[in-house]
Design a binder for this molecule. Sequence first.
Ligand code: ATP
Ligand code: DP6
Length: 420
Amino acid sequence: MAAPEGQWVLMATGRSPTNIAVIKYWGKRDEALILPVNDSISVTLDPGHLSATTTVAVSPSFPSDRMWLNGKEISLSGGRFQSCLREIRKRACEFEDEKKGIKIKKEDWEKLHVHIASYNNFPTAAGLASSAAGFACLVFTLGKLMNVKEDYGELSSIARQGSGSACRSLYGGFVKWCMGKKDDGSDSLAVQLADETHWNDLVIIIAVVSSKQKETSSTSGMRDTVETSPLLQYRAQTVVPSRVLKMEEAIKNQDFESFAKLTCADSNQFHAVCLDTSPPIFYMNDTSHRIISLVEKWNQSEGTPQVAYTFDAGPNAVLIARNRKTAAVLLQKLLYYFPPQDKDLSSYLVGDKSILGDAGLHSIEDVEVLSAPPEMKIQDQKFKGDVSYFICSRLGTGPKVVVDENQALIDSVTGLPKGV
Ligand SMILES: Nc1ncnc2c1ncn2[C@@H]1O[C@H](COP(=O)(O)OP(=O)(O)OP(=O)(O)O)[C@@H](O)[C@H]1O
Ligand SMILES: C[C@@](O)(CCOP(=O)(O)OP(=O)(O)O)CC(=O)O
């Protein structure tokens, strides 16, 4: 290390998207390495709406590894953080910045400590896959800092050891996590099926359903399912392999009918294996069921699917509309049943707010005069307050370096999070 000992702080900042599975990962064959029992497929969401931003810093003056998440210091002692740090350090390469007088040899990285600050632009641990965006961002940004060779497949298999679904956030667009066969997990990694420009008509509306924090985490829920559900074997060995092939074909051909049918069926089967677990796990609630019913009835009345729904380990609905026009009609139907509790429409729909204009919803008065969806039996009942808010988004890119140093979350002089 050529610079005066302890005088420098070297930093990198990255931003990573979250993703939502359309063919679900549920069940591990190896808990420590996080190896799944089946392949899964996801869509990456626009990082402008849902992403993690992480700054990692290294300095000879740091006595230990530390991390701050959304401004609060958290422990890095857990096995998942330790696995990601260890695997990235192993692959670190020599780095030199002559102007700043910094030289770090390959073997120096093992001795240097890092400070990590991360911020999610959406609620953490609220069923919106913050762990996927977070671990993908951590691994991607550490890789940049430590000059790791750009092999996204390998990075994805490291992110997988932070949280399984995180491996799919290393790419934009449509992504497949190949379960792999090897015991060491080296072939359990993500590949991109198509980038975000391949099928850009799709519009994603997320209904963030009001709920307390979930009772069963994905990690413990899937462990219980593996141990107790006879249905999971059938799903992993027979159903998913053929669905994955069909889903890849649907994505390749932009076949919305097939895409929507597979997405809804797979979400429903995932929740069925949760119910088949002993004791049973319930992630969806009455609001989730009402949204399913709304979409199913509409799709049926149109004769062909307009919207796909999928639910992760929580009650939030992720709705994928075939195009903007359909998304605008969907929003009208949703707001008819789930009007905002207060008069502020603009904070009730975040992300791409321009969809409100497309739906002709400029004020709360426009929501109040919406007519009931004709295909629905329940016309006179509304469920104000059952949805906290909506997010309108689209498919997005994979992780990116944030070059603007003003956006770094760590102060380049103190090496501590800004504002601490
Ligand atoms: N930006 C981040 N950087 C690193 N780790 C993060 C980040 N955001 C979240 N995490 C990790 O993920 C954990 C939250 O994961 P959890 O599975 O409980 O919630 P979620 O991913 O938001 O929801 P779900 O898995 O139901 O979609 C946090 O406690 C933290 O360990
Ligand atoms: C329902 C899911 O969202 C489950 C995600 O599980 P996690 O990736 O959060 O679990 P761990 O690997 O234990 O961290 C389906 C999916 O994203 O494929």
